[in-house]
Each structure stands twice: as C-alpha cells, then as structure tokens.
Design a protein around this ligand. Structure first.
Ligand SMILES: Cc1ncc(COP(=O)(O)O)c(C=O)c1O
Length: 427
C-alpha cells in the first residue's frame, strides 16, 4: 500500500524528484533470501536487486558483519590480515594478469580509480565508451552516461554505438561484417581522440553491456576490440559492477563474453549491501597509481569490508550460486525466447545467466520500442508479487536481475505471472 504521508515527508527530507519505482510505490520493511516484504506483510519475489547476491539478510554475512564490528574496524593505515587475504582472494579469482587491488566504497569510485590507472599507465586522457552506457555518477564517470550520437565538444570522451544484433548498425550483413562495422566505429573514436589532443587511454565497457540492454553481441567483438585497443596503445577496463560475481553463470562477465581486460572494476554485489568496490589490475599499474595519487578512502580497505567481502565469496561458493545462475538463468531465458514467435509485443529475449532482458515493441515489423508497455508490465507483475524494472537505450526492456538465490520454482511462478500480465495487456 502507498503511504502518502511517508511520500510527502520523503519529498521534504530528500528533495522532490528522488526516484521511486512503480505507479504505487512500495514500502519495503524486510527481506529474506529472494523475498522482500512490504509494510502490510505482502511477500514479493525480488527479481531486480543484484546487490544482495547471496540473498537478503543472508545470516552468514550478517554474522560476519556483526562479529567484525564487535571486534575492530579501523581505516586502512594499519596492517590487517583480513584485508590482505581478501585482496589476494579477489585477484586470484581473476585471470592471471590481475594481481593487485584498490578497494573503495562504490562502483563509481572503483571506475574512477580504473580510469586514473589507465591514464597514468598510458600518459593519455581519452576515454572511449558506448553511446548508451552508465558507469557511475561522479563528474568524470557521469560524463560517460547515455551520450547518444553527439558526445560533448571539447571532452576527453568519445562514444561508439554499442554492439548489438537486434537493431544492428548495418542491416543485411554477415555477423563478421557487423562485428567489423562496430570495430570501425571504435577505431574512429580512437583516431579522433588522438587527432584532437587527449590521446587514447582506455576503452571502458560493461562486460555484458548490462545497462545497454543487455544486447546479443556480434560474435568475436569483445576479443577483437581488446586487440584493437592494445594495438592503439590503450587499456581495456571491464566494468564488472553488474556482470561480475557469478551473475552470468561464470565468475566474471568477461569470461562469458570472452576477452581479457587489463583493469577489472567490481562493486554492487561485493558486500551484499555493505558499500564495497574494487579496482584490480597488474601490480605495476596499481603501484604506479599508488605512487602518483596517494589514494586513501576512509571506509575502504577496512577489516569490516574484508570480513563481509569474504563471507559473500564463501556464500557464493557454499550455495553453488554460479551454477544456479547459469542453470536457472539459461532456462528462464529459453522459456522467454519461446514466447517471441507467439506474441507480437515481445521483440527479443536474451541474457547472460541471471541478467535477462525482454525487449518490448509495438510490432515486429517496425520494432518500435514500447517503453509504456514495459512500465505497465512491471506494475502488473508487482501487483502479482514479482519485482522487476526496465532498462535499455529506449527503456523498453524488462529487466530481470534477481539475487543469485533465485530458484527454478521462482522462475516457474514468474513465467505464469508474466503470461497472465501479457494476456491482460493485449486483452
Ligand atoms: C555498470 C555499472 N557500473 C558502475 C555503476 C556505479 O555503481 P555505484 O552506484 O555503486 O556507484 C553502476 C551502477 O548502476 C553500473 O550499472
């Protein structure tokens, strides 16, 4: 139930315009596993929140947090076994070129550190990103957001159209030719940065382009673009804030989409809700960053972050959540794909493990995006007890991104509700 007086107080206390989901906003008071509960005790299957990756109120994580707080929590300028072990473990989960870690408190900070590392390593400033991305909200990182066709003049940022097969850059060409077309756009961005002064430091990409869709990527693009960046003297940053930590059915999104980044950025799920971000790279890059920047972040690289971060990793392994993401996610995507030929409003269904997008359109010929339909669909799903939202360049993609404890049974219940809602909408 909406609480009008709480909404009014919220407007005063937080300022009007702080976004709320759904026509009738939810007041959530409790979470457990994959479920959230509102003020009236109504239960919802959470299919949106990736931060509580090992489940809301996970008791092992809660206990680790409480135990560490009850023991000691200090800033990072003291020796502490826990934080070193956590950094070693995080680096060890990555490919061999990733050796050392800088901890921070958010994805935004971790991306910003990644860009600074790339700038120091290359001596250049220029950044290439996609035209429909989001990597965070600071002035620098926010300047990469949703640039569309016309990035700002005199900036160090250039944007290329994100690689996709549903609305391809060129129609009627082979997948290989499509891949080359996107690569040519990246190359043009790099040449332009070199010609105009900033030079080329880095290409930053979410490993599955989560905020862009996530699209089906023309095969071979990620490895080829990585080669291109290296030939041009730049570094590749993999933003794993959404795609990391088992989301795709492998530890890292870059394993799923098959490339080897120079810098890996993580955030959201790392602390299951405790603010925790990390930027990892080879030791020489991190050493150069430390030498130049004297980076310090008061609440980062603390015993508390380490204890919670280790508990999250333990839980992912103990509960076999990466396999779960692969199995449940792949099956749910398949079932949603089966609905494409029988429903004119479903343009596409695609995903990587438990990050799934269902593209809603007005009709199959025009493929015109239908953002209104997605809003209505996610409101109806909410009324039936399933929390989703929207994403994509046109806000017309139903976004499914549950905690990794989401089960086959949850998927079955969701599919029934989805069919009912689609039936109601087309009635
Ligand atoms: C891909 C990606 N990178 C970075 C961020 C920024 O993370 P944070 O909100 O923790 O700063 C986000 C946030 O949504 C994101 O989606």
């Amino acid at each position: 139930m909406a609480n009008a007086s709480l909404q009014h107080r919220r407007d005063l206390a937080l300022g009007s315009g702080a976004e709320l989901f759904y026509d009738t906003p939810l007041e959530i008071v409790r979470g457990e596993g994959v479920y959230l509960y509102d003020r009236d005790g109504r239960r919802y299957v959470d299919m949106y929140n990736n931060v509580p990756c090992v489940g809301h109120a996970n008791p092992v994580v809660v206990q680790a947090m409480a135990k560490q707080q009850a023991t000691v929590n200090v800033h990072s300028r003291y020796l502490h076994e826990g934080i070193v072990t956590f950094a070693e473990r995080l680096a060890g989960l990555n490919h061999d070129g990733i050796e050392s870690v800088v901890f921070s408190c958010s994805g935004t900070e971790a991306v910003e550190v990644g860009i600074q590392i790339a700038r120091l390593a290359t001596g250049n400033r220029g950044i290439v990103c996609t035209d429909a991305t989001y990597h965070g909200n600071s002035e620098l990182v926010g300047s990469l957001s949703y640039l569309g066709n016309e990035p700002p003049e005199n900036s160090d940022v250039r944007a290329f159209p994100f690689p996709e097969r549903y609305r391809p850059l060129e129609e009627g060409v082979s997948e290989e030719e499509l891949c080359e077309a996107y690569l040519a756009r990246v190359e043009a961005c790099i040449e332009n940065l070199k010609a105009q002064g900033p030079g080329f430091a880095t290409l930053i990409m979410c490993s599955i382009f989560a905020n862009e869709g996530p699209p089906d990527i023309p095969s071979g693009f990620m490895a080829k673009v990585t080669d291109l960046v290296h030939r041009e003297g730049g570094l590749v940053i993999a933003d794993e804030v959404q795609s990391g930590y088992g989301r795709t059915g492998l530890w890292w999104g870059y394993e799923t989409t098959d490339f080897l980044p120079d810098i890996v950025v993580t955030g959201k799920p790392m602390g299951n809700g405790l603010p925790l971000g990390a930027t990892a790279a080879k030791k020489a890059f991190i050493d150069a960053f430390r030498a130049e920047k004297d980076y310090f972040n008061t609440c980062a690289a603390t015993p508390l972050q380490a204890a919670v971060g280790m508990a999250v990793l333990d839980e992912i392994e103990r509960l076999d959540l990466i396999r779960n993401a692969a199995e449940v996610g792949d099956r749910l995507t398949r079932e949603l794909k089966d609905r494409i030929p029988v429903n004119n409003k479903i343009g596409d269904a695609r995903g990587y493990g438990l990050f799934i997008g269902v593209e809603m359109i007005k009709d199959k010929v025009s493929k015109e995006p239908d953002a209104k339909l997605v809003l209505s669909l996610s409101d109806r799903l909410k009324d039936k007890g399933f929390l989703t939202s929207y994403s994509g360049r046109f806000n017309n993609v139903l976004k499914i991104r549950p905690p990794l404890v989401f089960s086959h049974a949850n998927a079955d219940e969701f599919l029934s509700a989805f069919d009912e809602c689609m039936g109601e909408i087309s009635a």
